[in-house]
Design a protein around this ligand. Structure first.
Ligand code: ATP
Ligand code: MG
Length: 332
């Protein structure tokens, strides 16, 4: 059976100088044309099975949100294929995409910016329901919206309030309710808990996992911290500078992490050992710019184990054990 989502060699670029004049720069007494292109996603492949939670983890700026937005075609991919339930989404027109817009829903990192401040909470749900023809009348949509809001913990008497009248955690519940409203089967959750207090994070994660059981959802789950996705993921990928450097099952990544970057992410998680809390060693240096990608392995400048070859040759992805993939010259 094919996997629900199969992404192959996905590429995404952003041209920072969209008009011709801004591409011209004065260099050594001459005017030359210079492109400034952010290579945000560089040949990413992964798949998500039905009822599976696939997580993508990596530092800020590594391209996680860009992968998430491209997969649901909020931005057109610049290369590669996105197959959803056997259909190649990259070939579909806007109209042909509409049924998939209903089936694939997104939950955003910032629960406030992603809700229309001028809409009452109940209308935030009713509008997409009517657009996708989920209910026949607006009364029916209203009734269903109240049920869904209740399911995520927003009481019916709160439904006519505006987003600013809710706390961060409650707003994220509204964002989840909006996704649920159109009866999706695949949810892309882009750092849905990182803007929330730690105590609220667990509540929202539990809600997302309960809903997964109840509605048999599949999730593409984005996080910058391995500890957030430890309990919820079936499979994971670790991303660095637009590439997936390690992929595997939860057991592979948590039981046998191999890529030096994955190890660095683990050492950045604070651990409780004995009675003392130890803060892990953070990665040194900064993530390089995605405009001038370094040659060779994208991680070589910060890698404690870098070999001369790492500066020159991009490592190929290797399957180290069944289902466990690593892109690193140390594992050839
Ligand atoms: N619309 C855009 N125009 C130009 N550059 C962009 C755009 N969106 C993202 N980028 C750039 O693409 C790269 C990847 O960004 P992205 O938002 O996908 O990272 P991220 O891993 O989601 O980071 P964070 O953890 O901070 O959310 C960054 O260098 C970012 O500056
Ligand atoms: Mg992001």
């Amino acid at each position: 059976m094919t996997r629900l989502l199969e992404v192959t060699n996905l590429e995404q670029r952003f041209d920072l100088n969209t008009d011709f004049l801004s591409k011209l720069v004065f260099e050594k007494g001459r005017i030359v044309k210079r492109e400034r292109i952010v290579k945000a996603v560089n040949g990413v492949s992964f798949s998500v099975g039905r009822r599976e939670v696939f997580s993508i983890v990596g530092e800020s700026g590594c391209g996680k949100s860009t992968v998430a937005r491209t997969v649901v075609k909020l931005i057109e991919p610049k290369g590669g294929r996105i197959c959803y339930d056997g259909r190649d989404l990259t070939e579909l027109s806007r109209t042909e995409m509409l049924p998939f817009r209903k089936r694939m829903q997104m939950i955003f990192q910032d629960p406030y910016a992603s809700l229309n401040p001028r809409q009452r909470v109940v209308d935030i749900l009713v509008e997409p329901m009517l657009f996708h023809g989920i209910t026949r009348s607006s009364e029916e949509a209203r009734e269903k919206a109240l049920e869904i809001l209740n399911r995520v913990g927003i009481r019916p008497e709160q439904a006519s309030r505006y987003p600013h009248q809710f706390s961060g955690g409650q707003r994220q519940r509204i964002g989840i309710a909006r996704a649920l409203a159109v009866e999706p089967e695949f949810i892309v959750a882009d750092e849905p808990v990182s803007a929330l207090d730690v105590s609220i994070q667990a509540q929202i994660l539990n809600l997302l996992m309960d809903l997964k059981e109840e509605f048999s959802f599949s999730y593409l789950f984005i996080a910058h911290d391995l500890s957030v996705v430890k309990h919820i993921s079936d499979n994971l990928a670790v991303m660095y500078l637009g590439r997936m450097v390690e992929k595997g099952s939860k057991a592979h990544i948590f039981g046998n992490p191999l890529h030096p970057y994955t190890l660095a992410l683990f050492s950045a998680i604070p651990r409780i050992s004995g009675t003392k809390m130890r803060t892990g060693r953070n990665l040194e240096g900064e993530i390089p710019s995605a405009i001038d990608l370094p040659p060779g392995c994208c991680f070589h400048a910060r890698c404690p184990k870098a070999l001369p070859v790492c500066r020159e040759v991009v490592p190929e992805e290797r399957e180290i054990e069944p289902g466990h993939f690593v892109s690193c010259h140390l594992f050839v």
